[in-house]
Each structure stands twice: as structure tokens, then as C-alpha cells.
Design a protein. Structure first.
Length: 165
């Protein structure tokens, strides 16, 4: 087996920010082919921030979810489709009552292929007319992810609640 063939079949990772990570994590956790999810902080300037630091709005982190998925059961474009349907990508630095850059809509791409697919999916959603306002979702290279405190992990599931959307 070639190394590239092995890589394609191994689990892959996606990182999305779409508002409060509680609902985002629960949305993706329920999908067939998703092997694991983690709530955390991505894209910011300091190492291993606390929830309080991120909420201050001074770290540059987004509340995000790291998704490990079996690409043979669910592919990255399918995850992107769920991402676009699960939040309002037209609100800058806010989702519902949550306001601040930590709640921004963002796709952190891990590979050049993910970047191409993310940008293509944004163009398709923009052209679809599904949203009356311009899409403000950032598409940016993955730089870091720090797992959030344990009480944030599967927060809604632990309380018997479903996704927020």
C-alpha cells in the first residue's frame, strides 16, 4: 500500500467555529462517521487559554470544535454542508445572543484540499441566495487548538439536550 493511500483512509480532522461550541459540538457529534469531537479554542495568540481569557475578547481565539472523522463514512464536503446549515454565517462576531470575536464563523483548514473545498462551498452558499446578507465566515489556515475545560466537553449531551439550532 502506498503512503498516500494509507493517509486517505486514516481518520481526518476538521475544525470549525460557529458560535458557542456547546451546540456546534453536539451537532457534529451526532453525525455518522464522526469518531470524536472536542470543544476548544482555536486561532488565538496565547497558549492554552482559559474560558475566562477567551471571553475577555483579547486572545483572538474562536470557540471551536475539533472533529475527527472517518472519511470513508462522511467526507469533508458533507461536514461543510452541516457547518453552513447549523449557524448564521452572515453575523459578524455573533451567534444569537452570544457576541464577541470568540463566536465568529470560521473554518480552520488543515490541508490545501480543505482550503479549496471550504472556499468552493462558501461560493456555492453565497450564490444559492440562502442568506439575505453577505457571508462573513473566515476561512483561515489552522494554527492551533487548545482543548476547553472538561465541563465544556459534550456539555449539552451530558444534560440530555440536543443541538441549539
Amino acid at each position: 500500500m502506498k503512503m498516500s493511500e494509507k493517509k486517505e483512509k486514516s481518520p481526518q480532522t476538521a475544525v470549525f467555529g460557529a458560535g458557542c461550541f456547546w451546540g456546534v459540538e453536539e451537532t457534529f457529534r451526532r453525525l455518522g462517521g464522526v469518531l470524536s469531537t472536542e470543544a476548544g479554542y482555536a486561532g488565538g495568540a496565547i497558549e492554552n487559554p482559559s474560558y475566562e481569557q477567551v471571553c475577555s475578547g483579547h486572545t483572538g481565539h474562536a470557540e471551536a470544535v475539533r472533529i475527527v472523522f472517518d472519511a470513508e463514512r462522511i467526507n469533508y464536503p458533507e461536514l461543510l454542508s452541516v457547518f453552513w446549515r447549523s449557524h448564521d454565517p452572515t453575523t459578524l462576531n455573533r451567534q444569537g445572543p452570544d457576541v464577541g470575536d470568540q463566536y465568529r464563523s470560521v473554518i480552520f483548514f488543515m490541508t490545501p484540499e480543505q482550503e479549496v473545498l471550504a472556499k468552493k462551498s462558501r461560493e456555492i452558499v453565497e450564490r444559492s441566495g440562502a442568506w439575505p446578507r453577505p457571508i462573513v465566515t473566515e476561512i483561515t489556515r489552522f494554527s492551533n487548538f487548545f482543548r476547553a475545560e472538561e465541563y465544556h466537553q459534550q456539555y449539552l449531551a451530558k444534560r440530555g439536550l440536543g443541538p441549539c439550532h
